[in-house]
Design a protein around this ligand. Structure first.
Ligand SMILES: [Zn+2]
Length: 345
């Protein structure tokens, strides 16, 4: 029998040289023993880029990356670097280091720096700017090389600033066309040129109205039609952090020919429900191989205290019905989801 080990993935944001030793301990003492075999490491601009020092906004060095990659490799964990593309270029009106260094890439340069939701969620770069890809591909190449990665996650969740009426290049264009173009550009570089597997978040490809989602886990704004104009070998991570009755996007991705990995957050009850519903849909479509596993995401600030809390946690400390603080519930969710995925799906 050919038994395929299910994907048991964990996501976190990390970009601190000072925490590397603790992070390596966390991988060895927590992630590996719990059975995690994929680590989605969101570095964004916190890597010390040698090709573009002006973009660097953190302290994670190439040597750090090599050490983290080695620990993962020794523990059978596939490391996937994540670099937010297109959207999430800052927070609110505040630009990130890319748009600070290259204000010409900003899709909405007229939005005030102190603007807040709902005026703006996050800035985007302009997918039609002729120089933006060259810069971004260089940053991706550095991350792929430093982590010796065979896969790359381009983010692309929650992109709301696209086809802005004031952008001289994008004005009047279709949002789905522009979103698909950006995805295809990334795919051209990562998959076709570099030969690595491409991952992305799925929310902008979910038709909220049809699927009963809100404006966050699905699109209400015009990007979802891009789903039919992008390559099917992109692995979709479809996140749902609250308990819902149905998650039709899981089945939709499978039907369209994509491999899909459902993504939960810390809420145990919602995570188990999402996994069970996803398995049910894959089975119904006789496409279990298109649902290789699940990812547990974390959105807390991983500081010294939180790493230490996980490292010192006793085994199986929590019952399923207990109300817990977010970090403790995240630990329990990781434990339960990985256990659920310990056998063939
Ligand atoms: Zn534009």
């Amino acid at each position: 029998m050919n038994v395929i080990d299910p994907v048991r993935a964990f996501h976190l944001r990390f970009g601190s040289h000072d925490l590397v030793e603790l992070f390596k301990e966390f991988i060895e003492k927590v992630l590996a023993p719990k059975g995690i075999n994929h680590l989605l490491l969101e570095c964004n601009t916190s890597f010390v880029f040698e090709s573009h020092p002006e973009i660097t906004d953190g302290t994670l060095t190439k040597q750090d990356a090599r050490e983290i990659a080695a620990v993962c490799k020794n523990n059978g964990i596939r490391l996937i670097p994540l670099f937010q593309c297109l959207g999430h270029q800052g927070w609110g009106g505040a630009p990130n280091s890319i748009l600070k260094a290259h204000p010409e890439f900003d899709e909405t340069p007229y939005v005030p720096l102190d603007a807040k939701w709902p005026e703006i969620f996050c800035r985007s770069w302009c997918p039609e700017h002729p120089d933006v890809n060259q810069l971004v591909f260089g940053l991706m190449d550095e991350l792929i090389e430093a982590f010796d990665a065979d896969a790359f996650h381009v983010g692309m969740d929650e992109v709301y600033e696209i086809a802005d009426d004031n952008c001289p290049r994008c004005k009047g264009k279709d949002r789905a066309d522009l979103f698909a173009k950006a995805v295809n550009d990334m795919h051209g570089h990562l998959v076709e040129d570099r030969g690595v597997e491409m991952f992305m978040w799925g929310d902008r490809l979910n038709d909220s109205e049809k699927m009963g989602y809100d404006q966050w886990e699905g699109d209400t704004f015009g990007t979802h039609k891009a789903i039919d104009f992008i390559p099917k070998d992109i692995v979709m991570m479809d996140w749902h952090y609250e308990r819902l009755d149905l998650y039709p996007s899981i089945g939709n991705f499978i039907e369209k020919g994509f491999t899909v990995i459902p993504a939960c957050w810390f809420k145990t009850d919602a995570a188990i429900n999402l996994l069970n519903e996803s398995k049910h849909q894959a089975k119904e479509k006789r496409a279990e191989s298109k649902l290789p596993g699940m990812i547990v995401t974390s959105w807390n600030n991983w500081d010294k205290e939180s790493f230490e809390r996980f490292i010192t946690m006793p085994p199986n400390p929590f019952g399923c019905d207990e109300k817990l603080e977010e970090l403790d519930e995240l630990y329990r969710t990781m434990e339960i989801i990985t256990k659920n995925l310990s056998n063939r799906m």
